[in-house]
Ligand binder design. Structure first.
Ligand SMILES: [Fe+2]
Length: 146
């Protein structure tokens, strides 16, 4: 699986995060000889860190820009965090089980299709047409109100 220019939304912060996610996902699929592989743990560790750091940065960017679908988008990010944590817990409970790997692969496939190529594209269109609104500090909660 390769990152393509048409996946970009024109906002470097988010494009950089998504490129990294694609790269990790590609490595996960390439190395999927068995879920006892250390590469899986490495990918999981990356996703757990991404879940808390990168998605938080994107949330701040949405709030600062006054993006009207910020709440819905942030809920999708929360589902990402939740799923990665579930998979990590299942992995810690049993390294021999194939289910955490299978679950993560299915989840990332749909995340790339439904989130990166859909919700993030919509956010990108908004940020590009509202220049200068996404660069400041976090906006107050009222910025989420339509
Ligand atoms: Fe997003």
């Amino acid at each position: 699986m390769e990152w393509k220019r048409e996946f970009e939304i024109g906002v470097e912060l988010i494009d950089g995060h998504n490129r990294q996610l694609f790269e990790r996902f590609g490595r996960l699929l390439d190395g999927a000889r068995g879920w006892d592989d250390a590469g899986f743990d490495e990918t999981l560790a990356f996703l757990e860190a991404r879940a808390v750091d990168q998605l938080e940065e994107e949330r701040r960017l949405m709030l600062a820009s006054g993006y009207p679908l910020a709440e819905e988008h942030a809920r999708a990010h929360a589902r990402f965090v939740e799923t990665v944590r579930e998979v990590a817990e299942q992995r810690r409970a049993s390294r021999a089980s194939p289910w955490p790997g299978a679950k993560l692969t299915l989840f990332l496939s749909s995340w790339l299709r439904e989130h990166v190529l859909d919700l993030d594209q919509d956010l990108g269109r908004f940020l590009r047409t509202h220049p200068g609104r996404g660069a400041g500090d976090e906006a107050p909660q009222a910025a989420l109100e339509p």
